[in-house]
Write a protein that binds this ligand. Sequence first.
Ligand code: KIV
Ligand code: ZN
Length: 385
Amino acid sequence: MRKIDIFDTTLRDGEQSAGINLNTAEKVEIAKQLERLGVTIIEAGFPASSPGDLEAVSLIAKTVKNSIVTGLARAVKSDIDAVWEAIRHAEQPHVHTFIATSPIHMEYKLKKNPDEVIEQAVTAVKYAKEKFSLVEFSAEDGFRSDKEFLVRICQEVIKAGATTINIPDTVGYASPQEYGALFRYLRENVIGAEKIKFSAHCHDDLGMAVANSMAAIENGADQVECTINGLGERAGNAALEEIGVALHIRKDFYGVETGLNLKEIKRTSQMVSRLTNVVIQPNKAVVGKNAFAHESGIHQDGVLKNPETYEIISPALIGEDDIPLVLGKHSGRAAFRDRAETMGFQLSDEKLNKAFAEFKKLADRKKEVTEEDLTTILTEQQVSI
Ligand code: KIV
Ligand code: ZN
């Protein structure tokens, strides 16, 4: 089965989220957990950006053994040197260097013409290749770049020694169809494409980061760049847990494997939420508090008869305990009886019906009925004559 590399950038792009600031010890703790999760590559930081980042990337590179560790570098020698200083002792030294390729970035941000940008990219990749065995080149704002220019720059950096080329949707502007088509186009038109891996890197400004990443995979991307809980610049990056679980659950459709140890998903998500102080929205796919919570009577009845009626992911897959059925005003008799029996109450049908009626009255007044409420209702019926 085709292997998709999972490139985790929680500690770099994820840390670029407004309000997040992780210290070195916290970064190492997260990196060790990402290693347990089985990610292929950990982007541990941007060493040239601060001495603290350099120190963290260096410590992570010394600590992590089963994932490749990389650092970000602009396409300039001093940034590449900073990554080298941090990870020179790694078994497979990897650097991630980038320069913007879209017209708006080249004209206003870089103030360079396309030929100058190609020259800078090639110089950086050649320089990196003298030190690192693995060199990833990113064409920043790749999705909004001219396709023919992308082909040119890809060909030049391949000749210079790049082993992976990343085409980011830096501002989250792509639609899945367009982003997928771009990967297909580059695969088919870049001379030397068969020698390198293509990578997708999506931002979520229009809520399509995961869908776009999946479209890239369908169209020949070998690697996806993502973050735990979808953290990242502005609206965030593609969420690792969603991509990992979707590729697993829909193996029939995507036909790829990632090497992720999905049982570590929940633990990783909780750890990142705790250390970054970013609360996970309750209805967040896969890791939200409500991702496995069934409330309506019809759904609860179905799940009690066969969980697969309404559950395409089993909580155990991601290392989550079984979630008790939520008891609220939409819940039905089946879920109520199930919970009463789990709590040790054996009531006749008549008493159970009375208790259920009491429960419904209470559920109309309260958002969620607690175990204490249930104990009170059920005990009253149990002792009543
Ligand atoms: O979004 C982006 O373009 C990036 C690059 C540095 C890869 O994060
Ligand atoms: Zn990014």
